[in-house]
Design a protein around this ligand. Structure first.
Ligand code: RAT
Ligand code: ZN
Length: 425
């Protein structure tokens, strides 16, 4: 790598490439953010940044206190504790810590003062709606794709009341319970008026699940359907889940031209005492995805996988199946070290036919650092690759660089989804 990096300095437009990558507006195709109309579901501000579950996991590396004592604290007290342990008692070098500081720095706040109260009062004086637009501008994000679950008791009523569309946000239909926990999802569907009581052997069952999916896809104007999966999720299988997938979810997606985003590799609640921070990672059996891509060529699959060890196999799968679109460096892989590795591997195996990143932001301002950090890595990979081409006489033009970056930052995704403007309509 060293030689190529050194060569990069000699490419006359290396700076230009970096500036295109740093400044091209993009689609953030998977987040956990909401518009202000979802009230308390929209998380923003320094306390939310500090109690981000990535930092909760990190603070317990240092704390002796019982988990329950931490959870009994008020949010500002948790934030104070995290600030003290992760920023004051040790240098904040982890990606999640660095991210908080990079975000504050982007707002022009003086992080070297280590003055949390002043930072708090700055956030308190922001108007949520304008703040969203400012964060999106700073991050260069054109549209935020949400994660919208009808199974979420806080979220469902907002949709049921009638949500007035905010053009900055795009809905996506999240259905993990339907996929994985039928005993939990079934009674809920029945309560909401879908006739699923007879179970998979009844005539109406799959049709009623499709009616549920159609109703919610329409209500949300959802761009795609999505679920995260455990590493050992199997298909084909005799399980109720596999039958629901084959006879309801996949036909629904085909009928409505919606991709199905599958995010395998999560082992939920490895340590339940950490709550949201308690999920782990496992090696996924990608045969499931291969079977799906091969057996359902009219379905489109969007996939990101959690384990680093699965990334090469996933790239090879994408070379075999054009109904598979790889996206993002997800969660534990969203660190510069692995973004670099994964992006290089993807470019070398797939050219530019993938979407290198999504933010997965849960707190609004996180889009700023997550994108700033990823853009830097992506820029370096592209500079290296264009340099290697220049060495063999293929000089990319500025227009070609812009085209490539636009493709990586949303163009490929839109083409795959069959949408022109990032919306599902
Ligand atoms: O990245 C995260 O914040 C995780 O907690 C999950 O939300 C994950 O991204 C998911 O969508 O399941
Ligand atoms: Zn997520």
């Amino acid at each position: 790598m060293k030689t190529i990096h050194a060569e990069a300095a000699r490419v006359p437009f290396a700076r230009q490439i970096e500036s295109v990558v740093m400044s091209t507006d993009l689609l953030d195709i998977h987040t956990h953010l909401y518009p202000p109309s979802f009230s308390e579901l929209l998380l923003w501000g320094v306390d939310e940044l500090l109690v981000y579950h990535y930092l909760v996991a990190e603070v317990f590396r240092y704390l002796d206190m019982p988990y329950e004592e931490f959870w009994a604290l008020a949010k500002t007290e948790q934030a104070d504790l995290i600030w003290k342990e992760l920023f004051m008692k040790h240098s904040p070098v982890s990606e999640a810590c660095r991210g908080v500081l990079a975000t504050l720095h982007a707002f022009g706040l003086d992080v070297k003062k280590r003055d949390l109260p002043t930072v708090r009062s700055w956030f308190a004086s922001q108007d949520a709606d304008q703040h969203i637009t400012r964060c999106m501008e700073l991050a260069g994000v054109k549209r935020i794709y949400m994660t919208n679950s009808p199974f979420d008791d806080l979220e469902r009523p907002v949709w049921e009341k009638g949500y007035r569309r905010d053009e900055r946000f795009q809905a996506c239909l999240r259905i993990d319970p339907l996929f994985l926990w039928w005993p939990e999802a079934g009674p809920k569907l029945a309560r909401w008026g879908y006739q699923v009581e007879g179970g998979p052997s009844s005539k109406k069952f799959f049709g009623e699940i499709r009616r549920f999916l159609a109703d919610w896809s329409k209500k949300m104007n959802a761009a795609y359907v999505m679920a995260s999966l455990p590493p050992d999720y199997a298909f084909p299988a005799k399980s109720a889940s596999a039958r629901i997938l084959e006879q309801a979810i996949l036909p629904h997606c085909r009928e409505h031209g919606m991709p199905l985003a599958l995010m395998p590799g999560v082992v939920r609640q490895v340590n339940p005492q950490l709550r949201l921070a308690g999920d782990g990672v496992g090696l996924t059996n990608l045969l499931t995805l291969q079977n799906l891509c091969a057996n359902f060529p009219d379905n489109k699959f969007l996939t990101t996988v959690l384990a680093r060890e699965n990334q090469h196999e996933l790239c090879v799968l994408a070379r075999k199946f054009r109904n598979l679109h790889i996206f993002g460096c997800w969660w534990f892989t969203n660190i510069p070290y692995l973004i670099d590795e994964m992006t290089r591997m993807r470019v070398e195996l797939l050219g530019l036919s993938f979407t290198p990143q999504h933010s997965d932001a849960r707190v609004l301002e996180q889009i700023i650092y997550k994108w700033q950090h990823s853009r830097r890595v992506i820029a370096q990979v592209l500079v290296d690759k264009y340099t290697a081409l220049a060495q063999i006489g293929w000089q990319v033009t500025p227009a070609e660089v812009e085209r490539d970056v636009k493709d990586l930052f949303g163009g490929n995704f839109q083409r795959f989804c069959g949408t022109q403007d990032g919306s599902s309509s």
